[in-house]
Design a protein around this ligand. Structure first.
Ligand code: ZN
Length: 357
């Protein structure tokens, strides 16, 4: 008797498990929100040095699927940030220096444009000025990444719900901020001043140019801004696309400064923690973490695990051509578990959000 009862109990327990699992499955098969996190110049060594320095597991280590992205551009073995971001934002490999234009300098529709066309909210949070290559390639189009004034002006025709980054000097001197304000955009100069109770787009210019380094006291700007951006974007019932960039990991690579790199990766990891907990609370959220390229040819040739130290050797003071990792979490994460071209990231994100058709 006892055995039968136990069996029955087990069967009914299993039935409950299947039922509850399948209901979760039904709720979470559709991707509604994408949080794309780009560590500029963040190769495997940059991440590992941060893991060692952090002493406890990074949030990134909770990612559930892993892939690799081939970053070469249409013009070069090593991509720059313009072509690298364009590949991810438009699905096209282009020449180094391009900002969401093809090899003939013709504008390419970005995933932000596809998303806002379908009624999704869009936004970005970066630690550099908003005219810089990565954010620019998601919201603007230009034949040359260093046309900063043109790119800043191009934000006048960009559709966005929230942008948080640097660049106040250009936005103000070119009167782009005034024009946007006159159109009903909330233009402010500190994430702390953002009023989420007011409807309409938000432009937060948190520094006159690039934000300071973490080493120079940037504090919790990124983590806090990601929280604010998520609270804004989640108000859109149709879903959203948020791009977060740890912009200065790349600058640490160019400077061949391991402390600069490690502090910037750990800072980005706090934003990753925010994105993962948002995904836990909001089924239908896909989080993708990757890089546009590796910077510095960083090798970790020795170190001390207990002290959290890595001995760094740099093969280059610029970008390298090595594949970069792709880490995913949340709904649809399994689709990215392969070796792919950087342009496939675009294709997979488009497919996940059912955009472009
Ligand atoms: Zn880059």
């Amino acid at each position: 008797m006892k055995r039968i009862n136990l069996k029955r109990k087990l069967i009914s327990f299993a039935a409950i498990l299947i039922a509850s699992n399948s209901s979760i499955f039904a709720q979470t098969t559709e991707v509604k929100n994408i949080i794309l996190i780009i560590g500029d110049g963040m190769g495997l060594s940059q991440v590992y040095a941060a893991m060692v320095a952090n002493k406890q597991a990074l949030n990134l280590e909770k990612a559930t699927f892993f892939g690799f992205s081939k970053t070469w551009s249409a013009s070069d073995y090593t991509t720059d940030s313009g072509a690298g971001a364009t590949a991810i934002s438009t699905g096209q490999k282009t020449y180094n220096g391009a900002i969401a234009v093809d090899t003939n300098k013709k504008p390419l529709t970005t995933i932000m444009e596809y998303a806002s066309h379908k009624g999704l909210a869009t936004g970005a949070v970066v630690t550099i000025n908003l005219a810089n290559a990565t954010p620019a390639a998601f919201f603007t189009h230009n034949e040359y990444r260093y046309n900063y004034n043109d790119i800043t002006n191009n934000y006048l025709t960009a559709k966005f719900d929230i942008l948080i980054g640097g660049g106040a000097y250009r936005f103000d001197s070119l009167k782009v901020s005034t024009t946007l304000k006159n159109r009903g955009c909330q233009v402010i100069y500190s994430p702390d001043s953002i009023n989420l109770g007011v409807k309409g787009p938000i432009l937060c210019l948190a520094d006159s140019d690039d934000l300071p380094r973490v080493l120079d006291g940037r504090g919790n700007y990124l983590e806090k801004s990601v929280d604010i951006a998520l609270n804004k974007l989640v108000q859109n019932k149709k879903g959203f696309f948020l791009m977060i960039e740890g912009s200065q990991i790349d600058l640490g690579g160019h400077d061949q400064n391991i402390d600069y790199i490690v502090t910037e990766v750990i800072d980005l990891d706090k934003a990753i923690g925010k994105a993962f907990s948002f995904a836990d609370k909001n089924p239908g959220t896909l989080v993708i973490i990757t890089a546009d390229h590796e910077t510095g040819g960083l090798a970790l040739i020795d170190g001390d695990i207990k002290k959290g130290e890595s001995v760094a050797a740099f093969a280059a003071a610029h970008h390298t051509g090595v594949m970069v990792p792709v880490y995913t979490y949340g709904t649809g994460a399994q689709e990215f578990s392969k070796i792919m071209q950087n342009t496939e990231l675009f294709e997979k994100m488009m497919k996940a959000l059912k955009l472009g058709n």
